[in-house]
Structure formats: C-alpha cells, structure tokens
Design a protein around this ligand. Sequence first.
Ligand code: ADP
Length: 509
Amino acid sequence: MTMNYLLALDQGTTSSRAIAFDRRGRVAALAQQEFTQHFPKPGWVEHDAQEIWSTQLGVARECLRMLAEQRGTARSSIRIRAIGITNQRETTVLWERATGRPLAPAIVWQDRRTTARCEALRRAGKAGFIQRKTGLVPDAYFSGTKLEWLLDQVPGARARAEAGELAFGTVDSWLIWNLTGGQVHATDASNASRTLLMNIHTQDWDDELLRLFNIPRAVLPSIVPSSGVLGETQPGLLGAPIPIAGVAGDQQAATFGQACFTPGMAKNTYGTGCFMLMNTGSVAVASRNRLLTTIGWQGPAEEGGRRTAYCLEGSVFMAGATIQWLRDSLQIIERAADVEALAASVADTGDVFLVPAFAGLGAPDWDGRARGTLVGLTRGTTRAHIARAALEAIALQSADLFGAMTRDAGIALTELRVDGGASRNDLLMQMQADFLGVPVVRPRVTETTALGVAYLAGLAVGLWADGAAIAKQWSVDRRFEPRLTEPARRAQLTRWREAVARSTCWAPP
Ligand code: ADP
C-alpha cells in the first residue's frame, strides 16, 4: 500500500527543518539541522545561502529516510504528494542566473546595515507613500533596502541585474530555484509582501516603488499564489520529482496552520518575541497604531484562484527573551520552564510590574529610548514576585497588541490561538486569557508553521477538499477561559500602562 505524505520545508533563522505530515495533519517524521550565523560587523547579520540550501536539502533527505525506516518500508512505497516551503522572512539573496552562485552572503532580516537609508526615506517624507502601497514602514528589517545595498555595493551588480543576468529572492525563492534546478524563479505573495517592492493592493511589483529603491524589474521573481503547483523538484534530489505546491512566510504559514481562515481570527506565537497576526479577510486594513498590513496568503484555488487574505501583524520584542534574562542575567531560575513553578509559588506579584523594554518598545508604543523597568518593589518582594511579573509582562504586552489590532480592524476578537515554545506554560496562557478577557486556545499540533504550509500544499494537490476539511482537523489541546472580572481586568491593564509610562524615554537621545 502506498502511503501519502506532505513534506514541509521549514527554513528558519537558526535551523533548517523538514517535517513529513500524514493526511490527518500529524507529524510523521522530523529532521533538523542548525547552520552558521555570521556577524561580520556590529549590526550586520549574514547567512551563507549555499549552507541554507545544503542544510535544507540534507534534512529533507534525512526526513524521508526516517519516514521509510519508521514505517518499516522501502522509500519507494512512500509517496510525497507535494512539498510546501515556509521560511525566515525578508532575508535577501542575490545570485547569478547562469551558475546559481550567490553573489554575496545573504543579508538576514535582523541586519541593520541599511538603517541610515531608511531614516533618509523617512526624512524625505516617504513613509506615508510606502505605507499606503506596501502596508509596511521604511525599516531595515524588510528586503527592499537590503537588495538596493547589494546592487550598489557588489561590483558590477547593478549593470548585470539590468542586463537580466542576476536573480533576487527571499529564502523561499532561493529554495525554489535550487529545488527546480533553476527552472523556476518565483516567490509567493506573502513573502513578496515583505519586500517593500510589492503593492499589496495590486499584488504586483510596483514601478514607483522600484524607482524609489532603484531596483531593475529584471532581477525580480514572478509572484505566485501561496497554494498552487509552481514546479517540480529535480528528479535526482529527493528520489522522484515532487510538486512544489505551497509557499508562505513563517508567520503567515503559522496563521494558516492555526486554521485562522475567517476575518477576526488571530494567532499569537510565543517564542523569543511574540508575533501576533489577525486575519482581516479581503480588506487590507491600514493601521493607525503602526501595526503592519501584510498578505496572509493567496489562494487556495478552491476559493477562487487568487483570492487573498490580508492580515494585521504586530510583534512583542521581548517575550521568551524576558525569561532568558531571568535565567542568564538574574540567574533566578535554572531552566526556562522553571519560571512557571516559581511564579506559581506566589498568589500575585504584590503589585510589582516588570516592563521588559530592554531594546525599546514596539507597537503600540514605539519608543526606541524606553528601557526596562521594575516598579513597585517593597521589602517583601522576592524572586518569585519578579518571575511572576515577567510572565505577566509577556501577556500584558500581547494584550496591548491585541487591543491595537481590535481597534484598527474594528473587529471584536472572540478567541486567541497560541503556539510557540512559551505557549507550553499553562500559567502564562491563563494570564493571557485573563488580560484579554477572551479564551486562549492551544492546539494539539504546535508545529503550526510547517503544518500551515503543508496545508497550503495539500489543498493545491487535492489532498484536502477545502479549508473546512482542514479546520475540522485542527484540534484543541487546552482552552483557557478568562477568570478575571471585567473591572479587575481593566484595573490590571491600567496599572500596566502606568508602569509602561515609567519606562519610556529613558535612554539619552
Ligand atoms: P524561537 O523560535 O524564537 O527560538 P521557541 O518557540 O523555541 O522560540 O521558544 C523558546 C523561547 O520560549 C525562549 O525564549 C524561552 O525562554 C521561552 N520558554 C521556553 N519554555 C518556556 C516556559 N515553560 N515558560 C516561559 N517561557 C518559556
């Protein structure tokens, strides 16, 4: 009997992973490999694009081998129906079409080398223009100024790009190019929406933006739906040609993997930072709280081809990182998971608040000069109170984002779906439900990023009929109901805002 699987390639910032899912959306095999981070100068972060490709291919092969071994069967009786690709977003690769060789190290999303260029764009009054077209803000985070930098700094690059000799791509494009042996140069709409070069309303590269960032069209990939067969892997790579049928940036894929298919559904991922995305349907909501507007996904085909779901996106800089700080800097816990028992050893924080503005504050405050603050200390404060305040800070920052999204979209959210390493913390999830005043729901499968792109691929090849079939598979591990009364919830949020106010504008200009 042939067994059918989907293979998700999850190319992250620190590791490449490959996960095989069965048709019920369960993890059947997983292989992972870390790769090298390069920090050549302060503020610069680079990856070797060849190492990204070789580790990604390596784990894909390893995953297939493990799958065959676990099922006690030959590789040939395992059928991979389709591949889905999800990736670290915005990271920028430039390569030579003739040879497939990268021209320079990949510039990672965290890289700040183009900050001055972005400040100049803001000073020149371009922020409004950029936001209207792209839903983004002029920031070094996004690909546009990274590609511009490469074209300016690599000798001869601009002329060669204009002559059509070079190819640009985010990591999805780079993997697609290599998987198809250079046959396909494409990116999906969700990744394209993070470049600063795409107009999210027309869903195409935008001539005015290309002029602003000085980018020749000849260097750009074509934009394809997130769900749909775009090509096949070279036969020699993975045993047999496999259709590549799903592509999405990591956060958008996770939103899909959480089955947030209808407007007003939202997910929050609790990792080093938090990433919250809310589906706003066919409407690209312009934020008044400096959240980002982004394309969630395009397709699937059964929803009428190119139908697009837009999302609002916001992030918390210091979430799990706050727990790392308790562990590594304060050394009041040994392992991250210890924070739960320590925090649970006291009934409340004793009115202590920790504002982890270690690197300033993001949405909705946007204060680069804010710094971390611990307020409300008394002679009775213990490390347990501080640990509890740290967990509350993660939930309170997420509640601020949630509030900003709700106001922007004019939609009252009815629940928040959660994933990521720190979502395993039950106390944190209960706090989150309490501070939001809506239930927090944790699914059984928390590999939502890989699962999301497996779903996008599976829909394209007919493994599932539609989103409804997928939504049925999505199953709850635990649901956390809010327990605070509404006045108590409001009082807590007000107190938190007072603590935040004490952390703002601290660092000298
Ligand atoms: P990333 O993908 O950003 O590396 P993960 O999803 O792997 O993050 O989650 C790891 C983060 O979650 C770390 O910052 C860690 O401090 C935090 N973390 C892990 N377990 C817990 C826990 N039980 N309670 C709170 N935070 C946790």
